[in-house]
Structure formats: structure tokens, C-alpha cells
Design a protein around this ligand. Structure first.
Ligand SMILES: Cc1ncc(COP(=O)(O)O)c(C=O)c1O
Length: 383
């Protein structure tokens, strides 16, 4: 099977991990601040806090800005469930604002319409690796005194008008899951300009304890105080070593992803049945996903037929995403009448993610393109 996504691990990654395995610290050691510093410098921001998943990073970011019961946080429905779940972890309410029909990115006009007296923050998602419209979102956030959060789990390495993702919002969340732009096995990071947020997240990721073992050793004291309820959300040194090693190849990974995206885009240009998602002006895309959108000539059964035909020939196509609020948990916990995201629901019926990952070879790209064209022709002819 050609998967829709896949990590790229080489000998230098293995060596970096082995080096930590031979060292004194497997966790709470020096590789964690090293990874944090390298990543924060890379995006030009002063603070980074490593956590053991993108989900934990989202949770920590919301806790750091004081989200709690009674608060509302605006999120797009076209995202992985974790974006909205993190709001619920805080006892707050995710409010779904619809997406742009072309890019599937959070629509700033829809954000405006969903602001209430309880709104505290906006989480924009860089769907597929394309930065959201942060300049427009920032104007709205500033006007209503909201915190702007970037769920950049898809977009490490992307840029908007020359500014790297990581420096476009008050807090930015990255994920290091294996399908993501770089991997640490699992892992996450929050980037911020705000030292208070960073300090709170550092404490929160380690049980809410005020002094870690390094500080206690420096103070020659065994005492610590748990000042708030935290979690064990720590990323290990082993994972940070892998993340650091991968970060050295991020540009190369994105370069290859861009080449693949270009081949697909040119290969499908002018096709009557589907098109790739447009890239907005000023965007350097991370190409985490390559998403095609089927035109009206295809209906929902056609999308399923296409999915099945491609899977049958060994192509691991996928669908990103079913609007979060259509999941059973959300149907049970959020009033459906309170949600109106017709664009997200229409787009969900029409999208299909094609394989894209740095080690994908040209013959696999050609195979995917050929099979997609054959399958789509067959479906339209036999209908
Ligand atoms: C948009 C988005 N947000 C959050 C997450 C959660 O990241 P993690 O899997 O590292 O917890 C993911 C991961 O799939 C994601 O795609």
C-alpha cells in the first residue's frame, strides 16, 4: 500500500536517539531545552514548551491563557478532533465557525459572526499545511480582546508573507506525530512570545509542581510545592533527540513535498472532475496533506467509489476531515441547532487526500495519478 503519509527516518535520526539512550537522562534532561531553543529560534519567537503530543500542547496553551468553564473558544469544524477536544478538557465550549469553501481554512467573516460576550480565544487551523488568514484573524482578535492561537500541527516550516508559522499568533501548536512535517514518535510544542504563558505551561506539563529537579538541585533542596493541578505531559529526551535530528531536514522534506504537490497540481490541471485546493498569495505551503476536491460531476457515492477503487489498487487515500461536531460525542454534548457550518459539510463530502510524503518516489506519484484518472473516468462512464 502507498500510504497517504509516512515518516522519513534515516541513520542520523537513529544515531541521535542512540546517543541519548547512552546518556544519563532519558527524560527531564538537557535535550528538551535544546529542542525548545532550536525550534523557537527557527521561528523567531522567544519561548517554546515541549509536550508529549500536539493535543497536550493545545490543552496546555488553553490552560495558560486561563480558559475555563463558561468560556467559549472559536474553532473550525474541518480539523482533527483534538483541536476542539482541548477546549472541552478546560470545561469550556468550542464554538464552530465555518470555513472558506476554497481553502477549507477558518473564515474570518464566520469568526466575527460567532463572537459573543463569552468568547475568549480563536484557534485557527493551518489545514493541510497552508497558514490560515492570520492578518484578518488578528484584527478581529485585537478588536474583541481575544487570544489568537494557531493550531499549526500541519504547517511547521510554512510561511505567510515571509513570516514563519510560529510567529503569526499569540500561541502556536506543533505536533510531532509520525505523519507530521517532522516526527518525534509522538510529541508537541507550544511557541509563544509571552513568558508568563511559557512558565505556566512548563509547570502544567509536570503535575503543576513549582520546582523541577534541576531547580531543586540548584537550590540544594528536596522541597517542591504542587501549586495547581497539572499532568504528566512531558516529552522525553529520546523524543527530543529525534525531533532535533529531523528538524535539520525539515527544509528538504518540504522541498520534496512541494515537488510532489506541483506534479499532482500540473497533472490534474483542467480536469473536469476535480481540482487541488488553491494556495493563497504570500503562502509558503508545508504540504502536509494533498487534498483534491471533487466537482459537482461527482456525488457522495462517487467519492466513496473512488476511495474504494484506489484502496483496492494499493493507494492509501484518506479523508480529512469529517466536521468535528458530527462525531457522536459532539452530537450528544452540543446542541446541533447551535451550529451552522454548511460549507464544511459540503466540503467534507467532496474531499480526498492523496499520498504525499518526502520519501515518495516518482513512480509512485505517477501510479497515483494514473489510477486516479482511470478510476474517475470509470466512475463517470458507468454512472
Ligand atoms: C490539526 C491537528 N490538531 C491537533 C492534532 C493533535 O496532535 P497529536 O496527534 O500530536 O496529539 C493533530 C494531529 O493529528 C492535528 O492534525
Amino acid at each position: 500500500m502507498i500510504p497517504y503519509a509516512k515518516q522519513s527516518i534515516d541513520e542520523s535520526d537513529i544515531e541521535a536517539v542512540c546517543e541519548v539512550l547512552r546518556s544519563d537522562f532519558l527524560t527531564t534532561g538537557p535535550t528538551i531545552p535544546l529542542f525548545e531553543n532550536v525550534l523557537s529560534r527557527r521561528v523567531g519567537m522567544p519561548h517554546a514548551v515541549a509536550l508529549n503530543s500536539g493535543t497536550a500542547a493545545l490543552h496546555a496553551a488553553l490552560v495558560a491563557i486561563g480558559i475555563g468553564p463558561g468560556d467559549e473558544v472559536i474553532v473550525p469544524p474541518i480539523t482533527f478532533v483534538a483541536t476542539a477536544n482541548a477546549v472541552i478538557y478546560c470545561g469550556a465550549t468550542p464554538v464552530f465557525a465555518d470555513v472558506d469553501p476554497d481553502t477549507l481554512l477558518l473564515d474570518p467573516q464566520q469568526v466575527k459572526q460567532n463572537i459573543t460576550a463569552a468568547t475568549r480565544a480563536i484557534i485557527a487551523v493551518d489545514y493541510a499545511g497552508q497558514p490560515a488568514d492570520y492578518p484578518a484573524l488578528k484584527v478581529i482578535a485585537d478588536k474583541h480582546d481575544l487570544v489568537l492561537i494557531s493550531d499549526a500541527c500541519h504547517s511547521l516550516g510554512a510561511e505567510l508573507n515571509g513570516t514563519p508559522v510560529g510567529a503569526l499568533a499569540d500561541l502556536t501548536i506543533f505536533s510531532f506525530h509520525p505523519v507530521k512535517p517532522i516526527t518525534a514518535g509522538e510529541g508537541g510544542m507550544v511557541i509563544t512570545h509571552n513568558p508568563q504563558y511559557a512558565e505556566r505551561m512548563m509547570r502544567f506539563r509536570s503535575h503543576g509542581i513549582d520546582k523541577d529537579h534541576n531547580l531543586r538541585a540548584a537550590l540544594n533542596s528536596w522541597e517542591y510545592d504542587m501549586v495547581e493541578l497539572g499532568y504528566n505531559y512531558r516529552l522525553t529526551d529520546i523524543q527530543c533527540a529525534l525531533g532535533l535530528s529531523q528538524l535539520k531536514r525539515l527544509e528538504r522534506f518540504i522541498q520534496r513535498r512541494s515537488e510532489i504537490a506541483d506534479i499532482y497540481t500540473q497533472g490534474f490541471a483542467g480536469h473536469p472532475g476535480f481540482s487541488s485546493l488553491p494556495v493563497r498569495d504570500g503562502v509558503k505551503h508545508a504540504h502536509h496533506l494533498f487534498v483534491i476536491k471533487l466537482h459537482d460531476t461527482f456525488n457522495q457515492q462517487h467519492r466513496l467509489a473512488l476511495y474504494e477503487k484506489l484502496r483496492a489498487v494499493g493507494i492509501g487515500v484518506n479523508v480529512h476531515y469529517r466536521p468535528v461536531y458530527l462525531n457522536s460525542y459532539y452530537r450528544q454534548h452540543i446542541e446541533p441547532q447551535s451550529i451552522s457550518c454548511p460549507v464544511a459539510e459540503q466540503c467534507y463530502q467532496r474531499v480526498l487526500s492523496l499520498p504525499i510524503y518526502p520519501s515518495m518516489v516518482d513512480s509512485d506519484i505517477q501510479f497515483v495519478m494514473d489510477q486516479l484518472l482511470i478510476a474517475s473516468d470509470e466512475i463517470l462512464v458507468t454512472d
